[in-house]
Design a protein around this ligand. Structure first.
Ligand code: ADP
Length: 488
């Protein structure tokens, strides 16, 4: 085995259902490969609808006992899980870099970010307060209580193989729900390592289940999750296209859904900005994970007076980037996840150049070959190019030029998406005007990084439904019950 883990038992290749490690009914397996080298890392059980149904049934059986525990009892198990995730940071980071490609330093950061949701929600579970509402009749009392919604399912993408799972699963478990999780086909190893640690932490069988399958099986797994009436809640992070399918498929069972879909984040640099800080923010927001995050700056709008200066300073920093396999020390831009991702980046760059943009840095596949693309900066970009409308999901920074504040806001909002938005400015009036006018679920002022377990993450418009993380995140897994006490 090519992976040198300190704890070899963290490399699991079967699904985890009802506390058992099991293969697919058909015996089929699918390969997991390293995007930096193309080498095969493991062969994972290729499960489908039948295994998913059994996982849902296991979660249903486990629900009454898990729900009946006190929040403190659930928190104790979650706390152990949190500590085990942190204690195994090096192995989890290596698994992540190997199957996903991000540099090891970023992978370590994600392990700690992912673990933070487990810790946060273990604590938040103890604060699921109800209300006593002043009554409207003398002989009645009005009580409001919150109860776990029931069996929950999650479908997650490959770009954050640990954090996307813990961000969904932790509030569910803390609230008293049981869970069936389906990780992305590119990154099942991190999910299965999480399940191994969950087992060691002492979650009872059936409370946390992981179903794994390749891209061909994902629709069947998703359909079972959507149509099975036992599942009361589905949380999905991924493409808008698949989100729409899941929303449609969940109509017949009137399921509660959280959707965290595509973004097309604007990053606006006003002429009163601290330019060096704006360049650093743009680097952090744009090139993290090789540009493959849903909150990555996709469109960088720079005001006339500072456009040339900003572009030059950004180019100087990008020139110092080191591209390569994420396991090599000093590398800060890894490979893209797959060939289709590389093709999309190439198409976006070609389209921009055909419409008059110019290359200031990069602009082509990296000489390392494989799935590597050069960190790229395009200047002279306009709203009619594809990069203005679609998420590029790669290391390409397109620089648009604008004149006035109104123009910047109009261009930033000219998209069906509304996840994250960033801007740099010092004028306090402008900061409030722009922050309030931007149509997005999250606005980050004077920084390029905003994700944390303590704040609500989520989008408006077609970027999604619901919020994850923060005290709001647990509401997604709770139902409100109104108790009317009469005849007093
Ligand atoms: P990405 O562009 O990030 O790969 P996808 O939406 O294709 O986004 O994938 C996100 C997750 O959704 C993955 O776990 C994938 O297997 C799953 N998925 C893809 N198609 C479907 C589908 N039709 N039903 C349910 N899940 C799906």
């Amino acid at each position: 085995m090519a992976l040198q883990l300190k704890d070899a038992a963290l490399l699991r290749t079967d699904g985890y259902i009802d506390g058992q490690w099991i293969g697919a009914d058909s015996g089929a397996r699918f390969p997991v490969t390293d995007p930096a080298s193309g080498r095969r890392l493991a062969e994972v059980a290729d499960m489908g609808a039948a295994e998913t149904r059994r996982a849902i049934e296991a979660a249903e059986r486990a629900l009454p006992a898990w729900r009946a525990k006190t929040a403190k009892e659930r928190a104790a198990v979650m706390r152990r899980w949190f500590e085990m995730i942190l204690a195994n940071t090096e192995d989890l980071a290596l698994l992540m870099t190997s199957e996903q490609g991000k540099p090891l330093a970023e992978a370590r950061g994600e392990v700690s970010y992912g673990a933070s949701f487990v810790e946060w929600f273990a604590e938040e579970g103890k604060r699921v307060y109800g209300d006593i509402v002043p009554s409207w009749m003398p002989d009645r009392r009005v009580l409001v209580m919150k109860q776990p919604i029931g069996v929950s399912a999650s479908i997650t993408p490959w770009n954050f193989p640990i954090a996307m799972i813990t961000r969904k699963v932790s509030p569910a478990l803390a609230a008293g729900c049981t869970v069936v999780a389906k990780p992305a086909e590119a990154t099942p190893l991190c999910a299965l390592a999480l399940a191994e640690l969950a087992e060691r932490a002492g979650f009872p069988p059936g409370v946390f289940n992981v179903v794994v399958g390749d891209a061909g099986r994902a629709p069947a797994i998703g359909l079972e999750m959507c149509t099975n009436p036992v599942v009361r809640k589905l949380s999905f992070t991924g493409s808008t296209e698949v989100g729409r399918i899941l929303l449609r498929q969940s109509a017949d069972t009137v399921k509660k859904l959280s959707l965290e879909l595509g973004g097309n984040a604007p990053f606006i640099v006003f002429d009163d900005a601290d330019l060096d800080a704006a360049v650093d923010g743009a680097i952090a927001s744009k090139y993290r994970n090789a540009g493959q995050t849903c909150v990555c700056a996709n469109r960088i709008y720079v005001q006339d007076a500072v456009y040339e200066d900003f572009a030059a300073r950004l180019a100087a920093k990008v020139a110092a980037f080191r591209v390569g396999p994420g396991t090599v020390p000093g590398v800060n831009v890894g490979p893209l996840i797959e060939e289709a991702a590389l093709l999309k980046v190439e198409e976006h760059v070609a389209d921009a150049l055909a419409h008059g943009a110019r290359v200031l840095a990069g602009g082509r596949r990296h000489e390392l070959g494989g799935l590597f693309y050069e960190p790229t900066i395009l200047t002279g970009v306009t709203q009619r190019m594809r990069v203005a409308r679609e998420e590029t999901f790669g290391p390409v920074a397109p620089l648009f030029r604008f004149g006035t504040e109104e123009e910047a806001i109009a261009m930033a909002n000219a998209t069906e998406f509304g996840l994250a938005a960033y801007f740099y400015a010092r004028d306090v009036g402008r900061i409030f005007r722009v922050a309030e006018a931007l149509e997005s679920g999250m606005v980050c002022v004077n920084s390029g990084a905003l994700s944390t377990e303590i704040a609500p993450f989520g989008g408006v418009k077609q970027s999604g439904l619901g919020r994850e993380g923060s005290r709001y995140g647990i509401d997604e897994y709770l139902e409100i019950k109104y108790l009317c006490l009469a005849g007093l």
